[in-house]
Design a binder for this molecule. Sequence first.
Ligand code: HEM
Length: 504
Amino acid sequence: MNTSITQSCLPALLSFLNVSSWYLVNHKIFVLLMGLAVICIHRLYFHKLSRFPGPRVAACTSLYYMYHMNSGVFPETCERLFKQYKSNVLRVAPNQLVFNEPSAMRQMVNLTDVWKGDFALRVIGFAPTTVSDIKDPQAHRRKRRQLGPGFSNAALAIQEPEAVQPNVNKLIQRIKESVDGVVNLSDYFDCVTTDNVGALAFNADFGMLDRPKDHEFLHVLPDVLRWSVVIQAVPILFKFMKLINKYGPGFMTPTPLRGVVDFSRKHLQIRVQRDAAGEKSNDIMSVILAENEKVPDSEKMGRYELLGEATALVAGGSDTVATALTLIFWHLGQNPSVYQRLVRDVRRAFNTSEEIDSHKAAKISYLKAVMNEAMRVTPVLPGPMWRRADHTIQVGEHLVPPETDMGVVRWCIFRHPKCFNEPTIFKPERWIEDQGDDLTVAQPFGVGPRMCIGRNIALMEMRLIVAKLLWTFDWVPITKQYQNKEYLVQYRGPMLMKATARKV
Ligand code: HEM
């Protein structure tokens, strides 16, 4: 009897349950779709940014922005969209605006009461907070005061001969040793600038120039930047990954996101141990530590914070300068008359390679012009530097509502036809004689309170390295096409040139 009831009822029960679970699933999907539709309608028609032009899909979801960040051509995409929408402002995500407006540098970036938005935070994986991502303007000012003396020209004048010159000489030696003189300058510059950061910041030898083809840190930083900017394009995803990094098993955090922090931690530990053993170091860390002693206890940096700053130095100080140098040599290779004039000026200024230092090289005005023009026409950081304000601000003719993430696309304004004649042409002469260009717009190191703290270091390294390499070798370009993707900084591909001993 029991068996027959079970046999007859069970299929009916199961089919009832089946129908019901399908109903529930469908119902949930329906509710979800309705929810998404409501969000999209709100973002398209009722959001504070709905009046700004841009792709409709970008207004609905950050995935559009993430997709273009991942493609590595976000600045070029913006350039195309500015033309397509015939507008100097675009909405590229639900809460993000980008501008192609030269005055934005002054009206948005050069303000003391704007802060960096979510998209400017944590560009180096899950590093502790650094000067680069402190949000609060007052705390940031305090931190800049603490770090500033380590980056001053006075500190660098002492460090250049001890820390930087030996690495540049080693670079020259490595190039001389290369079999046929063909070198991938992108990697060689990565090695010399990272070794320079090691020497300047930690009084350490990172050893990149000893293994320029297979050092474990080679290419680590560009990959960290790539992962960071893509994940951060959707802030909630970044927060989730951060929690996983903190509480989850190690294997769940992609290795590139740990790379720079692990490397910096290792070198900071060595540096702190040397300090404890009473060894004296003449580096940026010692200036930072000395400044740290002077401030009240409440403002002192702990070990974790120091790790953050160490990471910022490694990250900010190497890849950027390597990219600038690679682009300078690329442009020299493509512009024989510029190359010849610069070689002539450098060789006239110095009788021996040993004489060359960055201070004397600064007097060669054409060298400065070439460096400025390379960083203008192919900016090292071509995308927007994101900012946010808690009040309405005016950019060009637009009023930007509070709490909007806004950025100026440097790729576009550095090549803006309103500011530069023949804007995409590499013409260092524009920096020497007045050609009617508005040169103040091209600010490769940024402007305002958040402008690059390492500017003096970068310029010192660039002057020294370009002058020494042009003094020592004749150069012929091998790479014929050179266009990089960008993940905050240009993501450098190989750039080959052939070096031979100079003939004259
Ligand atoms: C050609 C080389 C370089 C370029 C083009 C460059 C560019 C920039 C730019 C545009 C900013 C401002 C970002 C913003 O406005 O949001 C910046 C900030 C910064 N840079 Fe550089 N940089 C270079 C070299 C360096 C070097 C050598 C170091 C350190 C040794 C460094 C460390 C930093 C740090 C720590 C910040 C954050 C400053 C702050 O928020 O107060 N940079 N850099």
